[in-house]
Structures are given as structure tokens and as C-alpha cells.
Ligand binder design. Structure first.
Ligand code: GAR
Length: 188
């Protein structure tokens, strides 16, 4: 099984989906560690599954490069072959990009290249699009600019709020992300 590390900042519903899939006998990956940039509630999913976790906060480091290095140290300690950003709300710095170039995935709650950044759902809603969705991409140094690996569409409903729309996007996002991670892990 290909060892993967997952990076999160939030509730970790995508992490939970990755962990559930990993319990199936034929799954081609194992989650070997979960790291967060804050005490994210989603870390509980990893703890419940007995998977090592760590929190590396930007505020605990003198500057961004020092935080980048600390993050890379923790991640590489687990020897993963693939990194999955599952609701990780910070940009990765050079240490991880160089160590894992082409083997870092991110999931984003919009149809890229539309609505990149931290508020994909809110921005799509504000723009008034009728169809939005989710994109699973390869991470590069830009903000959601990497190669698109998979997408799925979600209809925007008349009375949607950011929360209701994001909920429906997540329902589509979780199986899509699991599918892409399984595909890439199987090929490594
Ligand atoms: C996911 O919908 C993910 O696409 C989004 O954060 C959510 C995390 O949910 N990521 C971004 O917006 C990255 N720009 P989760 O913590 O329940 O998995």
C-alpha cells in the first residue's frame, strides 16, 4: 500500500472519507499521518483511527520559511509517497513542493480555474453561477493553478447559502477525492 499523509485545517470530512476507504481490503493506500496548521477538529478522525497527528502553527514560528521547514520535517518523518491537502487552508512552501513535486493533491470546492482561493463556495455564489462543483488538482507553487485531475459539477439552487451549497459540494467531493487518491496511489 502506498503511504500517504493528509494535511487539514478544518472539520476533516474529506479526511474521514479517505480513512473509511482505507479500511477496505483492496485500498491501494494507507494514511500514515495527518498534520494540521491549527488544532483542527478533523484531527479527531485520525486519532480515532490510531493514526499519528501533529499540529504545526505558523504563529509558533519566527517566520513563514521556518514554518515551511517545520511542516516539511514532520511530514517527511512519516515517509509518505503522496500528500493530500484536504481542506488545508495555507499555501505550501518550497521545502514540501521540492520534496514532493507532482505528488501533492489538493481538493477545491469550485470548478477551477473559476473561483480559486480560500472562498471558492462564497465567491461562486456571489457571482451568481448556476453550476459550480469541485476540482481535484495537482499542487504547484500558485494558488489553485495546478493541473486539473478530476472535476464534478454541482447545481446551485435558488435558496442556497454558502453552508448548504458547501454541504452538497462536499457530498460529491469526498468520493471524487478518494477515487483520485486511489488511482494515483495504485500507480505509484
Ligand atoms: C473542502 O470542501 C475543501 O474543498 C475546501 O475546504 C473544505 C474542507 O472540508 N478547501 C478549500 O477551500 C481550499 N482552497 P473538510 O475539512 O470537511 O474536509
Amino acid at each position: 500500500r502506498t503511504p500517504i499523509a493528509v494535511l487539514i485545517s478544518g472539520t476533516g470530512s474529506n479526511l474521514a472519507a479517505l480513512l473509511r476507504a482505507a479500511e477496505e481490503p483492496g485500498c491501494p493506500y494507507d494514511v500514515v499521518g495527518v498534520i494540521a496548521d491549527r488544532p483542527a477538529p478533523g484531527l479527531e478522525h485520525a486519532r480515532a483511527a490510531g493514526i499519528p497527528t501533529d499540529v504545526v502553527r505558523l504563529a509558533d514560528h519566527p517566520d513563514r520559511p521556518a514554518w515551511d521547514r517545520a511542516l516539511a520535517e514532520v511530514v517527511t518523518r512519516w515517509n509518505p509517497e503522496l500528500l493530500v491537502l484536504a481542506g488545508f487552508m495555507k499555501l505550501l512552501g518550497p521545502p514540501l513542493l521540492e520534496a514532493f513535486g507532482g505528488r501533492i493533491l489538493n481538493t477545491h470546492p469550485a470548478l477551477l480555474p473559476s473561483f480559486p482561493g480560500a472562498h471558492g463556495v462564497r465567491d461562486a455564489l456571489a457571482h451568481g453561477v448556476k453550476i459550480t462543483g469541485v476540482s481535484v488538482i495537482e499542487v504547484d507553487a500558485g494558488v489553485d493553478t495546478g493541473r486539473i485531475l478530476a472535476q464534478a459539477a454541482v447545481e446551485v439552487l435558488e435558496d442556497d447559502t454558502e453552508a448548504t451549497l458547501h454541504e452538497r459540494i462536499k457530498a460529491v467531493e469526498q468520493p471524487l477525492l478518494v477515487n483520485v487518491v486511489q488511482r494515483l496511489a495504485a500507480a505509484l
